[in-house]
Design a protein around this ligand. Structure first.
Ligand code: HEC
Ligand code: HEC
Ligand code: HEC
Ligand code: HEC
Ligand code: HEC
Ligand code: HEC
Ligand code: HEC
Ligand code: HEC
Ligand code: HEC
Ligand code: HEC
Length: 330
């Protein structure tokens, strides 16, 4: 999963190695990236890091916008916005935007010289209040766009339906410090997804409301290349396999639909009125949706039964696949 582009690694490494909070921040960023990506590129970058830092600093020496003097720096902003700085910025992850010649406040609000000269003229500073969601997203994506999680955002179901970063996140006023969310899951999602709320209230359901698993275990709300913004495993298999590996296989004898149509062909992923979250109330009816029976069923006495009274899975017990039986007896 080498999602870390060369440019970004350079940027982060250069930023991380800056003297301010240097080693501490560096290890965190680097270890995070290593977790996200086992790419050998990163290890390589670590080795040649001093060279990269040097070249990055050269680049920073003459940044065109900085030369114009339109950026005043975070300490100037702090003189008038000290309360916000102390309570809603310094202790958030975005404090990192002030490191390594970063523009801090101005990396989101734009250059602030005119605003300061005007004694806090609100028309001379980029404000998120008056901005369209699309423009706000673009600002956020200028830093987060290359990350694995966010890089498909612009094409996501959320972006396409005018749901923006700030519907779910707030840099200064997050109610949920983790990930700067405006509300915690699943409440955040239920605010707009009432059908999902109803599904998880059904008698048989994944324990999302109970806090055992989260919507985001299965979905990447920032967009995916798959349908319904459902996550996939790095192998390309359904996300279900992350927690139910025993059902995923591979098996010597695969039950074809598990692989072709996926788990959702027989199960509802959210919740159901049927045990095992099955799509139909009776196991046999499920099987008979695909296996015409008994008309075209296998010959022999074993199937010559009143099908309704005996569950198919009584004999075909290893219904997800088997390493021992080509008809999934065990
Ligand atoms: C001289 C004092 C002063 C300085 C320095 C200053 N501001 Fe302000 N700022 C204000 C005042 C006054 C307001 C309007 C009242 C308010 O919303 O707090 C304001 C409002 C804002 C707003 C809100 C705009 C809106 O639409 O409500 C933002 C964003 C902002 N400032 C960002 C910054 C940033 C970024 C810096 C540093 C580049 C900065 N300010 C420096 C005084 C200042
Ligand atoms: C990561 C981008 C980002 C950074 C960095 C950032 N802001 Fe903001 N700022 C926002 C957003 C988005 C809002 C809209 C309110 C919200 O969602 O939290 C906002 C709102 C504001 C407001 C309006 C009043 C309020 O409380 O909402 C002020 C003033 C402000 N920011 C000042 C600053 C100052 C000063 C800094 C640096 C100390 C700063 N911002 C750093 C994104 C940022
Ligand atoms: C529909 C709600 C929603 C929207 C819209 C949304 N996010 Fe998120 N975001 C979440 C949730 C929930 C999490 C925590 C779970 C996870 O990591 O998926 C999260 C996690 C994150 C994280 C931390 C995890 C990581 O990827 O490093 C970042 C950064 C982030 N979002 C940025 C953004 C940006 C930038 C946008 C807009 C382009 C955005 N988000 C839009 C809900 C949302
Ligand atoms: C100048 C670059 C920059 C911009 C612009 C920016 N961010 Fe960030 N953001 C960062 C950095 C750096 C971090 C800290 C990352 C880390 O700790 O690894 C961060 C962290 C976050 C996190 C928390 C990640 C976590 O795991 O808890 C969220 C959520 C987030 N940003 C959302 C946003 C949103 C929403 C916007 C637009 C309003 C935005 N960011 C704009 C650089 C930026
Ligand atoms: C166990 C994994 C899992 C969890 C947890 C989960 N989802 Fe889903 N969700 C899916 C899958 C898989 C689909 C695709 C459904 C299909 O193929 O029929 C889906 C579909 C959806 C859809 C598309 C409409 C629909 O119902 O088909 C929405 C909206 C949705 N989920 C929202 C949520 C919300 C909100 C939460 C948390 C409250 C959540 N999901 C939790 C796996 C999950
Ligand atoms: C501000 C409202 C809002 C919030 C908050 C929100 N969503 Fe959505 N979501 C939408 C809209 C609108 C769509 C597109 C229309 C639809 O498919 O329902 C959508 C689409 C989706 C889809 C894709 C559905 C499909 O059929 O392709 C999933 C999955 C989803 N959201 C999950 C979540 C999860 C999980 C959360 C919480 C972390 C969340 N949403 C928070 C409004 C929201
Ligand atoms: C993050 C981990 C996780 C993921 C991902 C996940 N599940 Fe589950 N699943 C669980 C847990 C934990 C339980 C047990 C729930 C309980 O005891 O309340 C469960 C229970 C089930 C059950 C019912 C088992 C029973 O004995 O009644 C079915 C069926 C199921 N999951 C199917 C799926 C499908 C299909 C997917 C993919 C769409 C999926 N799961 C994704 C964790 C997960
Ligand atoms: C062809 C239909 C079908 C498909 C496809 C399918 N299942 Fe099942 N699954 C069943 C049936 C039927 C049962 C109930 C078996 C019983 O009652 O003995 C079941 C039971 C389960 C159970 C609970 C029982 C247990 O042994 O723990 C889990 C968990 C589960 N399935 C997960 C999955 C996952 C994950 C996938 C995708 C990898 C999947 N299923 C695909 C039909 C299917
Ligand atoms: C979504 C469609 C679907 C459902 C539902 C389904 N199956 Fe299958 N099943 C198939 C397909 C396709 C094959 C492969 C048939 C082939 O290769 O000719 C298969 C193969 C089998 C086989 C192996 C025999 C063979 O011909 O390879 C058995 C046994 C079987 N299924 C039993 C069941 C039982 C029992 C159920 C209900 C719990 C069930 N199936 C539900 C589609 C389905
Ligand atoms: C009493 C045990 C039993 C029950 C209950 C049972 N089966 Fe079977 N099934 C068998 C036996 C035995 C075979 C033949 C195995 C062989 O050929 O080696 C078989 C074979 C099959 C095959 C493979 C057919 C082929 O052409 O090779 C399918 C499909 C199948 N069963 C579906 C079902 C369905 C659907 C149900 C429920 C409606 C069901 N079975 C209930 C015992 C059972």
């Amino acid at each position: 999963m080498g999602y870390c582009s060369l440019q970004r690694c350079q940027m982060e490494l250069a930023r991380a190695s800056h003297q301010t909070r240097g080693s501490d921040v560096k290890t965190r960023i680097v270890s995070k990236q290593l977790r996200e990506s086992a790419s050998p590129t990163i290890l390589l970058l670590l080795l040649i890091q001093p060279i990269l830092v040097a070249s990055q600093q050269e680049k920073n020496a003459t940044p065109s916008e900085k030369g114009t003097g339109q950026y005043v720096g975070v300490n100037t902003c702090k003189t008038c916005h000290e309360d916000l700085y102390n309570k809603n910025f310094e202790n958030t992850p975005h404090f990192k935007t002030t490191l390594q010649d970063g523009y801090g406040c101005e990396s989101c609000h734009g250059p602030g010289a005119a605003h300061v000269e005007g004694g806090g003229d609100v028309t001379k500073i980029i404000s998120f209040k008056s901005m369209s969601k699309k423009d706000a997203n673009a600002r956020c994506l200028s830093c987060h766009g290359e990350k694995h999680q966010q890089r498909h955002f612009s094409a996501s179901a959320h972006a396409s339906n005018d749901v923006g970063c700030l519907d779910c996140h707030s840099p200064h006023h997050a109610k949920e410090p983790e990930h700067l969310l405006v509300r915690s899951q699943p409440k955040l999602c239920y605010g707009c997804h009432t059908a999902a709320k109803a599904d998880f209230a059904k008698p048989y359901h994944h324990r999302v409301d109970e806090g055992l698993i989260q919507c985001s275990d299965c979905h990447n709300v920032h967009g995916t290349t798959t349908i319904h913004q459902v996550r996939a495993l790095p192998t390309g298999d359904a996300i279900c396999g992350k927690c139910h590996a025993d059902k995923q296989g591979p098996f010597v004898y695969e039950h074809v639909p598990v692989k072709t149509e996926g788990c959702s062909s027989c199960h509802t992923p959210h919740g159901s009125t049927n045990p095992r979250y099955l799509r139909v109330s009776q196991v046999n009816l499920l099987c008979l949706q695909c296996h015409s029976f008994p008309a075209q069923g296998p010959a022999g006495p074993s199937h010559n039964q009143a099908t309704k009274y005996q569950a198919c899975t009584m004999c075909h017990a290893a219904i997800h696949g088997s390493n021992a039986s080509n008809v999934f007896f065990r």
